[in-house]
Design a protein around this ligand. Structure first.
Ligand SMILES: [Zn+2]
Ligand SMILES: [Zn+2]
Length: 170
């Protein structure tokens, strides 16, 4: 009499705790394909925007599914996340020979975004943007559509740092 092998029902732990199956960005992160650029970490992922609005247009995605920059909380974890996403953004710009002072960086502000997974837009040079993108869609002066990094940092209570960046406007 042979013993039935134990039927180990392998319940795949698909680790979806931070993933949303219908989310384009979650799927990109899970697939971990060649479209993921350096630098990378367990906090963020950098990709090229599929519809670039300038010569260089990158997206820094939070690794975790966070609906938007508006959902960020004034806690150490979220402050560190933003700091590391911005550091990554600067790194990818430098890797591509971009001028950090000729760069537009920021987040969509709800409800004006197409994908509900927080991502930092990193766009350079500003001069290569169309007027519409430059003055409307990605203009932090219109803060109900797009907000810059400083706005988010202030909102969640990041410590002020002396920035060497020229805060020149468009
Ligand atoms: Zn997602
Ligand atoms: Zn976007």
């Amino acid at each position: 009499m042979s013993e039935e092998p134990m039927n180990n029902k392998i319940v795949k732990n698909d680790r979806t705790e931070d993933r949303v199956q219908t989310c384009v960005f979650c799927n990109i992160i899970s697939a971990n394909g060649s479209n993921i650029l350096e630098p990378r970490s367990n906090e963020f992922v950098v990709i090229k925007d599929l519809k670039p609005v300038a010569t260089h247009h990158f997206l820094v995605l939070s690794h975790k599914h966070i609906a938007s920059s508006k959902s960020l909380q004034p806690c150490e974890q979220d402050r560190n996340l933003i700091e590391s996403m911005v550091t990554a953004a600067k790194q990818i710009l430098l890797n591509n020979g971009c001028d950090l002072n000729d760069t537009r960086m920021g987040f969509h502000w709800p409800p004006f975004y197409s994908i509900g997974h927080m991502h930092l837009h990193v766009i350079s040079p500003i001069s290569s943007m169309s007027a519409f993108n430059r003055y409307v869609v990605f203009n932090p002066s219109i803060s109900y559509i797009f907000v810059d990094v400083d706005y988010i940092k202030k909102r969640i209570g990041c410590k002020e740092k002396k920035e060497t960046e020229d805060p020149s406007t468009v």
